[in-house]
Write a protein that binds this ligand. Structure first.
Ligand SMILES: [Cu+2]
Length: 314
């Protein structure tokens, strides 16, 4: 009622814990605020000075208000600890997916070698271990429907696991403020049947013999270049790719550069080397993510995005 649909094996336990804490808080809030209000009215100052009779301690009352909350807190601890351990101990035989957070997208390396950006695809009813890290700042990987959340930290791995109990598409959020694009650092977790999963894996392996231009177009989308670079001439976080190849580009330091194969290669591997005028140096490096052949493919693809003749001022 208060929480999103629970779609993992752990969700019902987390929810039970949440609701117990929630209702216990409501009951105690009513008791405390009710008590305060009652006492304030009952014993308000009534004009003349009256002295209270000397007060004795009430042992029964004191024992009750010590023992009852202690029992409640111990129950919460036992339940919380059990669920916490369950969340953190990955079951044997879990399928392992490498999750990488970076400004501002998530990428996923599946065990088959298939890689995807912004979309995690997993089979239903199968434990999935997520090995999480970050390439730049702290991010936090969060799937509300699965009740899992884990920080993605540069220079170390963090681990969380889940087992989805229902097919469907679930939101992935970043819950650590990580810069301008934080609110758009979204993704989907698509839970599918084992058969659909096998088909997906097959489709997403990048075939070695794909023509470079096609591969480049595929990478432009699957490597999330499209989150910052358009191909229709409009600037977004980064400059458009349309018609840049073979032209001069003005740089932030007042100089200019000629966009050729080497300039593109450098822009991808060492984006901070030359900053295009009017843009922030926010592009992450793709060193180690894109192989040489992938860079060749992107170069080939950018060559196909020439300006139409009437737009060309050269
Ligand atoms: Cu983030």
């Amino acid at each position: 009622m208060l929480l999103p649909q629970g779609a993992s094996t752990i969700a019902s336990e987390v929810d039970a814990l949440f609701y117990i804490v929630y209702y216990v808080s409501i009951v105690f809030s009513i008791m405390i605020f009710g008590g305060v209000t009652y006492l304030a009215i009952e014993y308000r100052r009534r004009g003349r000075i009256s002295l209270t009779t000397s007060l004795d301690s009430n042992h029964k009352l004191e024992v009750a208000w010590t023992v009852i909350p202690t029992i409640i807190v111990l129950i919460l601890f036992a339940m919380g600890f059990r669920t916490y351990m369950k969340m953190n101990i990955v079951p044997a035989g879990a399928m392992e997916v490498k999750v990488t957070g970076q400004m501002w997208f998530w990428s996923f390396d599946h065990p088959s070698g298939a890689n995807s950006v912004g979309e995690l695809v997993v089979p239903v009813n199968k434990p999935v271990k997520l090995l999480i890290s970050s390439r730049d700042v702290i991010h936090s990987f969060y799937i509300p429907e699965f009740r899992i959340k884990m920080d993605a930290v540069p220079n170390r791995y963090t681990i969380i696991w889940f087992e989805a109990i229902d097919t469907g598409s679930y939101n992935i959020f970043c819950t650590e403020y990580c810069g301008t694009g934080h609110s758009t650092m979204l993704g989907k977790c698509r839970v599918v049947t084992q058969k659909q999963y096998d088909e997906w894996v097959e489709l997403n392996d990048i075939p070695e013999d794909m023509p470079l231009e096609e591969l480049g177009e595929k990478l432009y989308k699957s490597r999330a270049c499209n989150t910052c670079h358009s191909i229709d001439g409009s600037a977004s976080t980064g400059p458009t790719f349309k018609g840049i190849f073979g032209h001069d580009v003005a740089l932030e330091d007042g100089g200019s550069a000629f966009v050729d194969e080497n300039y593109i290669r450098e822009s991808i591997l060492n984006p901070q080397a030359k900053i295009v005028a009017g843009f922030q140096p926010v592009m992450p490096t793709f060193e180690g993510i894109l192989k040489d052949r992938h860079i060749d493919a992107i170069v080939a693809y950018l060559k196909t995005l020439a300006k139409s003749p009437e737009e060309d001022t050269h």
